[in-house]
Structures are given as structure tokens and as C-alpha cells.
Design a protein. Structure first.
Length: 317
């Protein structure tokens, strides 16, 4: 069974999946942007437009990996799921330590344990629900910074690992521009995490295929989850991402890869000037490319459905 914003859903109800998207997303302080105020009605309209795009591709489950402090709108997720029949998995968790991000944890660290605080938050949102919404989180989001795992981030990782082991829930990670994947794995190993329940994210931005294969060989899942993103400095083009994915699949890693776009359906606060991204590229461009290059329907089904469902499956609550 899969934990979604509307409750538990059987795997046999799922057609295709997306492993890492964002319904809405706002950087810290977005609520102070009086010139670009968040409008849930507009966010709903924009999200419906994009959900209808993925429904045409037979996608009926997506994971919203928006962490707690980045504008996660649980009520909007519920309404969208009710109105579209697309299952949405909501995350608990915190993002990376950069600028004013994680302000609540920084202030709390002066007088309390960040790890213990995060454990209590994650446990509550997984077992009891998020606020008074009745929605239970189905995955934990953690993140590291560009080229390093900062001390505060390590505390979040340790809390997430502890709760994930206790409640048999998946973890998905943010590797900034594809960096720190091996270091994340070392931290997971040190804390005794279950590799099969973990997605090492944003490996589309990592050009070191040997590092990716080493991670998968240890049992970790690999997120090829940033198709369509072109605005991040130094990351591969979409053509390079597709070629790298093809190489991994030809080397036998079809059971350890999940796909997505890291698309933002609506932004809170200042609207990005980058080129708009849409959540159907995988099915309109990536999958046809893979098939043209000899990847079987069986493997396509694994990377667009089966692998993610295995990761998300809750064997006990």
C-alpha cells in the first residue's frame, strides 16, 4: 500500500508515476513578497493544467517532494487529488542549509537538539498527520549543499534515517547539482539505513556514471529526476541526460532508477525568469528516445512505475 494525501492506495491502482515534482514552491520569506502574493486559486489553475498533461501520459501518481519550509501546501494537494483522481504523495522533511533557509532549526539549535526536534516533526507528520489536515506524509525529504553536507543538514539526515527505520518509510534526497551522492551514501551506511528505501536524487546532474553505478550497486535507488531543467549552472543538457540514462540502462541498472522532472507547477513569491518546464517531457521525449535505442517495454515500465512503487510501499504503519 502507498500512503497518499487521500489515504492508502493499492499499487495495482497505479499506472505510471513521477518521483520528484513540486505542486507549489516558495523560497524562505516568500510570504513577505507583497508584489507577488501567493494565490491558491491561481496555483490550483496552473496545477490542473499540468496534471492534465501528465494524465494524458497515463500518470496517476506523483511524489511532491516540497519540504516543510518551502511552501508545501497540503490542502491544495488534497483538492487537486480529489478533483483529478491523480494520487499525490506528500513529503515531510527539511531542505538544505543555505542563506535564510532552515531559520527555525538554526534558532532552535541554541537551546535544543535539532535531531530530536526533527524526529518528533517527521514522526508526527507520518503517523498522526500534518497539522489538522488529516494528510499523512508518505516520504521524507533531506538535502545537502553544493559540495558539502553541512552540520545542520547532517542532523536532519540522522533524524530522517531514525524515523525511516522505525516506520519503514522511504527517504528521497537532494544532491545539489548532482554533488555529494557518495557522501550521502556514507552517512546512510553509518546510521544503518535501508538502501532499498532511499532515492539518491538529482543524478541527472551527475556526469560521473561510475559513481552512480557504485551507488546503485550498494542497493540505493537513483533519481534521474531533473529532465527539462536547463537554468542550473554546469549541469548536463537534456540530450546528455538522456544519453547517460541510456548508458546506465544498457549496463543493467533498470531496477534502480526512477524518473521525474523536478517541475514546479506554481511558484510562491517572485516568478522565475527561467524557461517554463512541463511535467510530460519524460513520456514525450525520454521514453521514445529509450525505445528507439533498444530499451524494452519491461524496463520502461520499471523506471516509470514499478521501481518507485517498491520504494514507497508501506509494509507496516
Amino acid at each position: 500500500m502507498i500512503q497518499t494525501v487521500l489515504g492508502m492506495v493499492s499499487e495495482d491502482k497505479i499506472k505510471k508515476t513521477l518521483a520528484h515534482e513540486h505542486i507549489v514552491f516558495g523560497k524562505a520569506g516568500f510570504y513577505k513578497d507583497i508584489d507577488n502574493c501567493y494565490n491558491r486559486e491561481i496555483a490550483y489553475k496552473n496545477s490542473i493544467e499540468r496534471i492534465n498533461m501528465i494524465k494524458k501520459c497515463d500518470v496517476n501518481l506523483l511524489v511532491d517532494t516540497t519540504p516543510i519550509e518551502w511552501g508545501r501546501d497540503v490542502e491544495l494537494m488534497k483538492k487537486l487529488s480529489e478533483d483529478t483522481d491523480v494520487n499525490i504523495v506528500c513529503a515531510t522533511g527539511f531542505f538544505k542549509d543555505e542563506e535564510d533557509m532552515l531559520a527555525i532549526l538554526k534558532s532552535l539549535s541554541y537551546f535544543d537538539s535539532v535531531e530530536e526536534f526533527c524526529k518528533s516533526v517527521f514522526e508526527k507528520e507520518i503517523i498522526q498527520g500534518i497539522g489538522n489536515t488529516g494528510v499523512k506524509a508518505g516520504i521524507i525529504k533531506v538535502a545537502s549543499s553544493l559540495g558539502q553536507i553541512k552540520p545542520l543538514e547532517r542532523e536532519i539526515f540522522k533524524a530522517a534515517i531514525c524515523v525511516a527505520k522505525q516506520y519503514d518509510i522511504a527517504i528521497t534526497t537532494h544532491c545539489d547539482r548532482g554533488t555529494m551522492a557518495t557522501e550521502q551514501v556514507k552517512l546512510f551506511e553509518k546510521e544503518g539505513a535501508d538502501a532499498n528505501n532511499i532515492i539518491i536524487g538529482h543524478m541527472t546532474s551527475n556526469t560521473d556514471l561510475q559513481e552512480i553505478m557504485n551507488i546503485a550497486d550498494k542497493g540505493y535507488n537513483v533519481g534521474f529526476d531533473q529532465f527539462g531543467i536547463l537554468s542550473i549552472p554546469g549541469i548536463p543538457t537534456d540530450e546528455e541526460k538522456m544519453t547517460n540514462l541510456l548508458e546506465l540502462l544498457k549496463n543493467g541498472y533498470g531496477e534502480k532508477i526512477v524518473l521525474s522532472h523536478d517541475c514546479i507547477f506554481d511558484r510562491m513569491g517572485y516568478v522565475s525568469k527561467s524557461k517554463p518546464r512541463y511535467p510530460d517531457m519524460i513520456f514525450n521525449r525520454v521514453v521514445p528516445f529509450l525505445k528507439e535505442n533498444g530499451i524494452s517495454d519491461e524496463i520502461i515500465n520499471k523506471i516509470t512505475r514499478d521501481n518507485l512503487l517498491k520504494i514507497l510501499e508501506r509494509r507496516h504503519n
